[in-house]
Design a protein around this ligand. Sequence first.
Ligand SMILES: Cc1cc2nc3c(=O)[nH]c(=O)nc-3n(C[C@H](O)[C@H](O)[C@H](O)COP(=O)(O)O)c2cc1C
Length: 209
Amino acid sequence: MKRFVLLIVLCLSALAGVWLVNEQQKKSGVVEAIEARRSIRIYKDTPVEREKLQLLAECGVKAPSAMNRQEWELRIVDSKEWIDGCSSAYLKAVEGTGKADYMKSAPGFKNIFRNAPAVIFVAAPEGVFAGENVGCLAQNIMLAATELGLGTCFLGSVQMMFAEPAMAEYLASLGFSEGYHLRYALAVGYPDEQPDAKPRDMSKIKFVE
Ligand SMILES: Cc1cc2nc3c(=O)[nH]c(=O)nc-3n(C[C@H](O)[C@H](O)[C@H](O)COP(=O)(O)O)c2cc1C
C-alpha cells in the first residue's frame, strides 16, 4: 500500500513538473512577447538594472546581419545627468520652433527620449542592408525587453534631433566609430502606462498560389 501511495505521489509530482514547464514556456514564448509589445512613452523613474540592459544589448547583437558582418555599434546610456542634460540642450536649441512645446506637452514629460530612464543608441555605416541589419537588432531588443517586463520605444526621431549643432557634444560623447551614423535609439524602462494595441492591417498578407 505504501509503495502504491509513493508511486501515485511520484506520478503527480512529475505531471505537475511538466505542467509548470509548459506554463513557463507559454509565458516566455516569442509569440506572446510579440502580442504584448507596445511602444511605451511613459516610464517609471525606477532605474533599469545594468545586467538587464547588457542582456538586451546582447540579444540585439545576436540578431541576423547580412553575411554576419554585424555592422552596428550600440551605446547604452542610463545616466540621468546625461539624459536630462541632453534633453535640455535639445529643447533649448529648438525653443520657439514649436518642437519644444510639442515635446513638453506630451503626457508625463520628463525627457526627449519618451521619458525613459535608459536609452540604447544604435549606429551603423551607410551601405546595402544597413537598415535591415539594425532593424533586426532593434526587434530582438524590443521583444527581449517585453519578456523582461520592460517597455521600449523605437525612436527614429533621434536622427533629426542629434543633427542639431547644439547636440554635437552629446553625439560625440557616444563615441561611435568613424563612418558610423546614429540610426535610432531605443527608450527602455519600466512602463508606467498600458496602451492598447494599435490596429494592424492583416490584408497586407497574401498567399500566392
Ligand atoms: C522606424 C521607426 C521610427 C519610429 N520613430 C518613433 C519616434 O521617433 N518617436 C516615437 O514616439 N515612436 C516612434 N516609433 C514607434 C511607432 O510610432 C510605433 O511603433 C507605431 O505607432 C506602432 O505602435 P506600437 O509600437 O505600440 O505597436 C517608430 C517606429 C519605427 C519602426
